[in-house]
Design a protein around this ligand. Sequence first.
Ligand code: PLP
Length: 429
Amino acid sequence: MLKATEGRERMERLDRADPVVHGAVLAEEARQKAQLEMIASENFVSPAVREALGTVFTHKYAEGLPGRRYYGGCEFADQVEDLARSRATQLFHAAHANVQPHSGAQANMAAYFAFLKPGDRILGMNLSHGGHLTHGSPVNFSGRLFEVSAYGVRGTDGRIDYDQVRDTALKVRPRLIVTGASAYPRTIDFEKFGAIAREVGAFHLADLAHIAGLVAGGHHPSPVPHADVVSTTTHKTLRGPRGGLLLCREKHAGTIDRMVFPFIQGGPLMHVIASKAVALGEALSPGFRDYGRRVVENARALADQVMARGVQLVSGGTDNHLILVDLRDRALTGKDAEQALERAGITVNKNTVPGERRSPFVTSGLRIGTPALTTRGMGPAEMKTIADWIADILDRPADESLIGRIRDRAGDLCAAFPLFGDQSFPIRR
Ligand SMILES: *Cc1c(COP(=O)(O)O)cnc(C)c1O
């Protein structure tokens, strides 16, 4: 475990220069250490990944690509960016990688503009069925600039209906089909989507944001052979710094690179790219494959136990790193459930469910994920315990003495699995 003094020492200068920010950082660190982090899109990075973020690379302007920069002094920037690119292509068996997108949303924007003009039609997953804002929501650029049609999941089993996807694609003839999701607990058949895209003459963008780490470890089929371009975040199951990444076929490499810079971005965040290189190196290690396996095992253990306790899940279970609790059979809303769990030291997020009747600020669901707790070293036994706590609270959300008891036990569990336990982070040599 990292000694308290080590953490302090690293930030002595911040403390002197800006005690308010320093205090907020320490408080956030304490919060993260003491709570059960089950937001499906969050994770904890290794100390090495975090160290790379705080380096002098933040000073460097490096517009352009390795070997073709608009600024001098890019020798070492080239070195880390080349390393990040080659590790990304090796990890995902892709022909080309661009590691500059500042975020998953930016990666998607670049991918869209590589193939689309404003007004073109896209087909993406309905937000309330598990899609992402950047897949065509009216409050996002994607819904504003493009004509959007949506596919969703079947009401009966909560799974993507590929026949409906194909029928819709044949009818609306999209120029691009976007696959991938933020709240879909089941395996996505990228091969089927690829075949539908080919049949209707559409480009296929596969957004791996949530499951990139599972794909990298071989725990979810890869879209790389079936998509024209693959986008992802680097900070969810991939367990790297916050950021985005694009992978594509060689024939699209030049277009993709030009859409990231200069079309939508300026200078790359070289400190983040250095950190991405470290994270991608970690992801190439056998230990990371094992991590992905444990993430999925843990989600299944969590699903099995909450269901045994009478909690409904969308699709009746999970194949990946998350479960989607369906509260439509209860008076309790997603918002109130989220708050009750937070009071008990369990951090999750409210989420819309397929067929949602409540507003996105209230919702009838909860999204719960295992990537972060798996990084802390927890396993199926801890998931079973946590599942019981969650079920108890969903049954008695106003029982503050129950919530207080669970908060104490959650704190003990966190103390038993320290956040910076080194064993959780295999570093490739
Ligand atoms: C998280 C997510 C994104 C956006 O990533 P940001 O880094 O938050 O911009 C895009 N697509 C999907 C499917 C996501 O889950």
